[in-house]
Design a protein around this ligand. Structure first.
Ligand code: SF4
Length: 439
């Protein structure tokens, strides 16, 4: 069955959930992907089967608008939803949005059956409005090697990326001006001044797709200080997936990188487990962004960085991840910097005061505040009222109105324009602090 996959446009510019880059590799001819900014009546009428992503809670309002828009313009539509936030809240979502199906836990095999037209009631892990099948499919360690990366079904990703403004190491965020310019979805080719590129990574490159995630399931390195993070909810995540975390080993990671370089020129890697990787003796013709989330030393990074044509590593200013904040000493930062050359760089996630007091050069500092505002705390967004409120604010900030009827489109644009200007003036007069309100 021909299926349209719709990605909310709200998250970081031109991104979507990493698993989608391998989920449809067997069905690229019958799946097409679009961002929700491009959803319109004609597109909705052209399909009867839809998959809508709900990866994170700030997409909640946009997700609901998407499924209601589909329902309104295509009475025959069948809607399956998925994503990490959806895994946590699928019962709430069934209760509040007009959706039909959901796959709980791992979904590589169930999604294949679904696209092959198998009756959803016969598919393991499948949930419908009036049934919930047993979770009989569980991803296994040996399945890692079977992943095939294919984005042919979603050409818009490359189309938009080609016209997107690039991060700029020299750029300094100007929080006081950004609320007037929240145009991270600026049109392809439009080159906004760097300091106005809200939600475009200021520096450190994009997290390109395909993205290799080295850990699946609960966070294997959760420790004191991680309580705010969903990854630390081990029991909850184990109960969702029916297994403990799975970690991609060095050999499998190398195997996939060689496979990816044959088809793609860019990729990213997120290392969310104990650092145990060594690419010496290999060369990958790829431009990569590597997020090294846990405990790493310069000698660890030296084993992977030179293996790529171009690479940007994101580590932290802290020895023991962002949550513990034991600042690395100047000698260690110098050792990281000694790994750099024209094509290989190391960036440090750091909080403002620590960054200023440290030896990291300004153009290598990544702002930790921007990625860890208070509302990324699991306790905050676990509450549906909080999740809805924050996601509504965010959707309003994007300026997207294509899912509204015409009168609401006009009024939203008007209100938004006035609200931004008033907020800007109040912020300038220091009567409010917009950076705290928006982030
Ligand atoms: S904060 Fe990082 S290390 Fe801690 S649980 Fe979350 S992902 Fe894991």
């Amino acid at each position: 069955m021909q299926t349209l996959v719709i990605i909310p446009s709200l998250m970081h510019k031109y991104s979507f959930s990493a698993p989608l880059a391998w989920m449809f590799s067997d069905h690229v001819a019958q799946v097409r992907g679009i961002y929700s900014i491009d959803l319109n009546k004609a597109v909705v009428k052209a399909y009867d089967s839809f998959i809508v992503e709900l990866g994170w809670f700030i997409e909640l309002v946009e997700f609901d608008l998407i499924v209601r828009f589909i329902r309104k313009h295509n009475k025959k539509a069948t809607i399956l939803f998925g994503g990490l936030y959806a895994q946590l809240k699928y019962r709430e979502i069934f209760a509040n949005s007009p959706v039909d199906y959901f796959i709980k836990g791992d979904n590589e095999v169930p999604i294949k059956h679904y696209l092959d037209g198998v009756d959803p009631r016969a598919i393991p892990n499948m949930v419908g409005r009036d049934f919930e099948n047993e979770r009989r499919y569980v991803f296994q360690q040996e399945d890692y090697k079977s992943l095939e990366f294919n984005l042919d079904w979603f050409p818009d990703y490359f189309k938009y990326l080609a016209g997107a403004a690039l991060p700029d190491d020299e750029m300094d965020l100007r929080f006081d001006e950004m609320p007037l310019f929240p145009r991270y979805l600026e049109k392809p080719g439009e080159n906004l001044a760097p300091e106005r590129r809200w939600r475009v990574p200021p520096r450190g490159g994009y997290h390109y797709l395909p993205m290799l995630l080295t850990a699946r399931g609960e966070c294997p390195i959760a420790h004191a200080g991680c309580e705010y993070c969903l990854g630390s909810r081990k029991e909850l995540l184990c109960s969702i997936y029916g297994r403990r975390t799975l970690i991609m080993d060095n050999e499998t990671l190398i195997y996939h990188l060689h496979k990816i370089e044959k088809k793609f020129s860019r990729a990213s890697i997120v290392i969310g487990n104990k650092f145990d990787y060594d690419f010496r003796g290999h060369f990958f013709d790829l431009e990569v962004t590597i997020e090294a989330d846990y405990f790493n030393r310069p000698e660890d990074i030296a084993k992977i960085l030179p293996a790529f044509r171009q690479a940007k590593v994101h580590t932290t200013l802290y020895e023991d991840t962002l949550t513990c904040k034991k600042v690395r000493d100047a000698a260690e930062i110098a050792a990281f910097q000694a790994l750099e050359d024209e094509n290989h760089q190391v960036y440090f996630l750091a909080f403002g005061n620590d960054a200023e007091a440290s030896a990291i050069p300004k153009q290598r500092q990544l702002h930790a505040e921007v990625i860890l505002p208070h509302w990324t705390n699991y306790d905050f967004y676990d509450d549906r009222a909080n999740a809805l409120r924050k996601s509504r604010e965010w959707y309003f900030l994007t300026g997207q109105t294509n899912l509204y009827p015409l009168p609401r489109r006009i009024s939203t644009r008007l209100i938004r324009s006035i609200a931004f200007r008033v907020a800007y003036l109040l912020n300038k007069a220091k009567l409010i602090d917009l950076s705290k309100k928006v982030l």
